[in-house]
Design a protein around this ligand. Structure first.
Ligand code: ZN
Length: 472
């Protein structure tokens, strides 16, 4: 056996001074590896059950109730160890585990979003052209339109009738269900289209979903295919054409979550952004035993600017927090100023197929763990909350103490573009906030890819934050 080589002075100084990270798999314990496998199987199920924010709320409430969470009633006393939740209009969810520390000491918070890019149906969607029936759509969130043609689509959402009764639609999710699709031009006739820039080749108004072709039988009237579709919808859901006016229906990719790669190290799915961080934040809350009160918010509308009554800008979150605070006669602002928030949202993973848009030294790498972003924004950090050095140091401490594999992440090159998260809206509430999430390949595509190790380390990181003690 060879004698161990003595380290040179340079090696010793290198070890002491340099910040060289290893691949997460070189740092993964056997215990973590087994837990990662179990965690990722549960996450894939959550993805398949949760193709819209409404479905994500239903899935999350079921998981929380199974672990002892109960709806929070305003004015009801709360004790340490109590687990409560509140649903905001079926589209956002807030949960809390009450800690032994008072709320005046602040809470540990994770905020993620459960809406994903998709194609919403317009309010008068159904039409017929040349004996084919289609739905008109208006895309939701920042998507690359050319990626949404010629893929199988499902139809999800709700229809609210004038009397207030609701019909839930999840067509394509069940075995044997029909699917839908959007046509594209054949290459033989695509000469002119192929000359256009990617962003113009598929105009928004051409994202029309094909929904049928068979005419109403024994009829001489016009638009017989549309009539036949209306007849089927009436039979299945009891609706008439006017009911689309008060519907929220969307076409989402019909892909199921699956392992990617010979080594099964990755997960491919629709909607990782941001259900991958939402699930991590939720699962960590269900598993944590916090000293300070731990709060998780799964928000809607992030992909269109966090606007609206169910978005992160909505006072619904402040109302939930102040209802919690009132049980201890604590002013909400006192709670906020001592709180700590992880804005749990995905970041871009460095993609070696597109090196030009990344700055490699500061990009998140697949399998290097939870990605922390000190700032997001675009062109000169515009729109970023830019977390303080003090906060980043604190999070470094918390994650290292819990053996979390993590890395620093920046979205891409300074002038390449940019993006934002809910971080800025939490920071504006006087809550110290840092962005942290899973690096994603093909973000906002109908089929996105993440690493299992990064998914699990995000869960582990969020759990460490919930359980972090107040530093005096
Ligand atoms: Zn996004």
């Amino acid at each position: 056996m060879e004698e161990a080589k003595k380290k040179s002075a340079g090696d010793l100084r290198r070890e002491a001074l340099r910040y060289d990270q290893k691949n997460g798999y070189d740092r993964l314990s056997a215990g973590d590896e087994a837990a990662m496998r179990t965690y990722c199987e549960a996450y894939k199920k959550f993805l398949d059950d949760s193709k819209t924010e409404r479905e994500a709320v239903v899935s999350a409430v079921a998981l929380a109730e199974a672990r002892g969470f109960r709806p929070f009633t305003r004015g009801k006393a709360l004790n340490a160890g109590d687990k409560v939740y509140r649903v905001n209009r079926g589209k956002a969810l807030m949960l809390a585990v009450i800690g032994a520390e008072p709320l005046s000491a602040g809470v540990n918070l994770c905020a993620a979003h459960i809406d994903s890019p998709r194609l919403d149906l317009k309010q008068k969607p159904l039409y017929e052209d040349t004996e084919l029936a289609f739905f008109k759509t208006h895309y939701y969130g920042g998507l690359r339109k050319y990626q949404w043609v010629t893929i199988p689509l499902e139809l999800h959402g709700i229809i609210v009738l004038k009397d207030g009764s609701q019909i839930t639609v999840a067509l394509g999710a069940g075995a044997g269900d029909p699917l839908f699709t959007i046509d594209d031009l054949l290459p033989h006739l695509g000469t002119e289209q192929s000359k256009k820039p990617l962003s113009e080749a598929i105009p928004g108004e051409s994202l029309n979903v094909l929904v049928g072709s068979r005419p109403f039988k024994d009829d001489e009237g016009s638009e017989r295919v549309k009539l036949a579709i209306l007849d089927l919808l009436n039979e299945k859901y009891g609706i008439v054409e006017e009911d689309f006016i008060s519907a929220e229906l969307c076409a989402v990719p019909a892909f199921r979550a699956c392992d990617i790669g010979f080594d099964r190290s990755l997960i491919g799915s629709y909607g990782h952004d941001d259900r991958v961080c939402a699930y991590a934040s939720l699962a960590a809350l269900l598993d944590c035993s916090p000293a300070r009160t731990a709060v998780c918010i799964l928000a809607d509308k992030e992909e269109i600017g966090s606007e609206g009554v169910s978005g992160m800008k909505s006072a619904a979150f402040d109302t939930f927090m102040s209802d919690l605070c009132e049980t201890q006669h604590t002013p909400l602002k006192v709670c906020y100023e001592h709180s700590l928030c992880m804005s749990a949202d995905v970041t871009a993973a460095y993609d070696p197929n597109f090196p030009d848009v990344f700055e490699k030294r500061n990009s998140a790498l697949v399998n290097y763990g939870l990605g922390l972003c000190k700032y997001t924004g675009a062109r000169g950090k515009s729109g970023a909350s830019d977390a303080s050095a003090e906060l980043v140091a604190k999070i470094r401490r918390i994650l290292d103490d819990a053996d979390v594999v993590w890395q620093m992440a920046e979205l891409g090159k300074v002038d390449a573009g940019g993006g934002g998260t809910v971080a800025v809206y939490m920071a504006e509430r006087d809550i110290d906030t840092l962005d942290a999430g899973v690096p994603v390949l093909s973000m906002h595509a109908p089929f996105e890819t993440v690493s299992k190790l990064d998914c699990y380390m995000t869960y582990k990181g969020m759990k460490a934050v919930y359980e972090a003690k107040e530093e005096k």
